[in-house]
Design a protein around this ligand. Structure first.
Ligand code: ISL
Ligand code: CA
Length: 531
């Protein structure tokens, strides 16, 4: 691999617009707010912004339920604001990708409203049936809801009816939406739950603890066909890329979606590493087991053609709280995780706030949560007679609101002057952009340093990956390119550890001020090994 595509040679930063920056003090982040922070992102070294949905939406699932794909939600601003964002970003050498949510629309989308009439030409845009099957939704409970005399399918909330990709008209609509945005100059799409969009049949599924029905719609041939069409008829006409959000895929399935000769997607977000601290589903957490985690990452590194490397997003808990220690070793562990995120092979994705080490929310009452999924799980747990403390613990560990608290710009928040839509974390006092910029030893400045190193470095960008050592705490791997070699050594625990073997070379970067003959708590370093 010699010449990288622009998306292989980029640092991507995910913005969750509701929580990033509020420009008009209504408590909700917005597009002008994002524009006001472009210089900050530039300074950090961001090349591409992935914008979570800003389309018109009733916000049942915070914008992942789209009412109009060609309009901006009034909370976020106007289409002029959006055009300005694309332009202002471009001036700074930053490209924008949009979230493309096509598995479902909002139930308030005109197509769905029309489709309620059995004789409408839109009836077939969705899955309407006389009787439901036994499929269950991603947000728990049946995947079918009754409306008048029929049932419609929704893999997510009942306000997110699934589109029917057996209908060629649906595909035409999607092409049209993609052209609309690409013509505006965006650089591609993050494709929401893209590997479940095509349902083979609507037969009953094998009973499973979660997601009964999965085998009928997961990674189907029909999905591959749709992706090939979108690639050929849309994406190939622009300088743009796609990153698929692909739930429950193996490395083999990932490759079937991204290998260049397949002509489907460019890269995908795998979930296997995010599932290593859970039993069955995310609500039942086990203790974090570095070995399992690192083995999974390593396997993806070795087997997948090109990885989208991430440790956080708007659905996941904060990485420093989950894989590090957000109290005693906040700085050390956040920096160690930065090293992991930015020294792997593939395109690194950073989620807003990760670069300053924002933590989980630690809410104490159900009233503090906003996310529909959290509320549903809390209610379901009650039905199942889980004690209240346990239900709150489930949310504390795994609620999506952990990632959705407002971005911490200053000691007092700096996100809004009014009441934010979701409570701010009181630790903004200590964890915020303003202080981080001034402190040369901050997590933020560590990210900046690391990004700078990566930008001018063929070993990190193009080098091969080999794992050299994985234990219950330690992860050592190398990146090799053109005879040159980096070794990355990470201690993923607070225990002080002996090196498993001697490591020689020049220190390139480390999260401790000096080098020792042991690996200290959450120590992470990168060494250039001489030829
Ligand atoms: O967080 C999850 C539920 O426990 C994930 O399974 C998540 O639902 C899944 O990764 C799909 O996520 C995407 O599509 C959803 C949306 O709610 C998420 O925010 C989005 O990232 C439906 O559009
Ligand atoms: Ca606002």
């Amino acid at each position: 691999m010699s010449n990288l595509k622009f998306w292989q040679d980029a640092i991507v930063y995910q913005i969750y617009p509701r929580s990033f920056m509020d420009s008009n003090n209504d408590g909700i982040g917005d597009i002008p707010g994002i524009i006001s922070k472009l210089d900050y992102l530039k300074e950090l070294g961001v090349d591409i912004i992935w914008l979570s949905p800003v389309y018109d939406s009733p916000n049942d699932d915070n914008g992942y339920d789209i009412r109009d794909y060609k309009a901006i939600h009034k909370d976020f601003g106007t289409m002029e604001d959006m055009d300005k964002l694309i332009l202002e970003a471009k001036k700074r050498g930053i490209r924008i990708i949009m979230d493309l949510v096509i598995n479902h629309t909002s139930d308030e989308h005109p197509w769905f409203i029309e489709s309620k009439n059995p004789d409408s030409p839109y009836r077939n845009y969705y899955y309407w049936r006389d009787k439901p099957n036994n499929w269950t939704s991603f947000f728990s409970g049946s995947a079918w809801t009754k409306e008048n005399d029929a049932y419609y399918l929704h893999l997510f909330s009942k306000k997110q009816p699934d589109l029917n990709f057996h209908n060629p008209k649906v595909l035409d609509e999607v092409k049209d939406i993609m052209h609309f945005w690409l013509k505006k100059g965006i650089a591609g799409f993050r494709c929401d739950v893209i590997n479940v969009i095509f349902k083979n049949t609507l037969d009953d599924g094998k009973k499973r603890l979660v997601l009964t029905g999965l085998e009928h719609y997961h990674s189907t041939e029909g999905c591959h066909r749709v992706l090939k069409t979108l690639r050929k008829e849309v994406m190939d006409h622009y300088e743009a890329f796609t990153v698929g959000e692909t739930v429950l895929v193996t490395t083999k399935q990932a490759n079937e979606l991204i290998l260049p000769e397949r002509e489907e997607l460019d890269m995908v977000f795998g979930f296997e590493h995010m599932e290593t601290d859970q039993i069955n589903n995310k609500w039942f957490k086990t203790k974090f087991k570095p070995k399992k985690f690192m083995r999974t990452i390593s396997r993806w590194q070795k087997e997948v053609y090109w990885n989208a490397n991430y440790l956080e997003n708007h659905d996941q808990p904060r990485s420093v709280s989950r894989f590090g220690d957000d109290k005693m070793y906040h700085k050390e562990s956040a920096k160690m995780l930065a090293l992991l995120n930015l020294t792997l092979k593939g395109t690194p994705y950073i989620y807003e706030g990760q670069e300053i080490g924002m933590t989980n929310a630690y809410f104490k009452s159900i009233d503090e949560y906003e996310d529909l999924e959290s509320k549903r799980i809390y209610a379901l747990g009650k039905k199942l007679l889980f004690p209240k403390w346990y239900r709150l613990k489930m949310l504390r560990n795994a609620s999506r609101d952990n990632a959705r608290q407002p971005m911490q710009w200053t000691k007092t928040g700096g996100f809004t002057l009014s009441t934010p839509w979701l409570k701010e974390n009181p630790n903004k006092q200590d964890i915020n952009v303003f202080d981080s910029r001034k402190d040369p030893d901050s997590i933020l400045n560590f990210y900046k340093k690391l990004i700078k190193i990566r930008k001018n470095d063929d070993i990190l960008k193009k080098g091969s990956f080999n794992d050299l050592y994985i234990s219950n705490a330690i992860f050592i791997y190398e990146r090799v390119y053109d005879g040159e070699r980096y070794m990355i050594v990470l201690n993923m625990s607070k225990k002080i550890k002996r090196y498993p073997f001697e490591v020689y070379g020049d220190l390139v970067i480390s999260n401790y001020p000096d080098r020792a003959n042991v690996l200290r708590s959450y120590e992470g370093l990168m060494i250039k090994v001489s030829k």
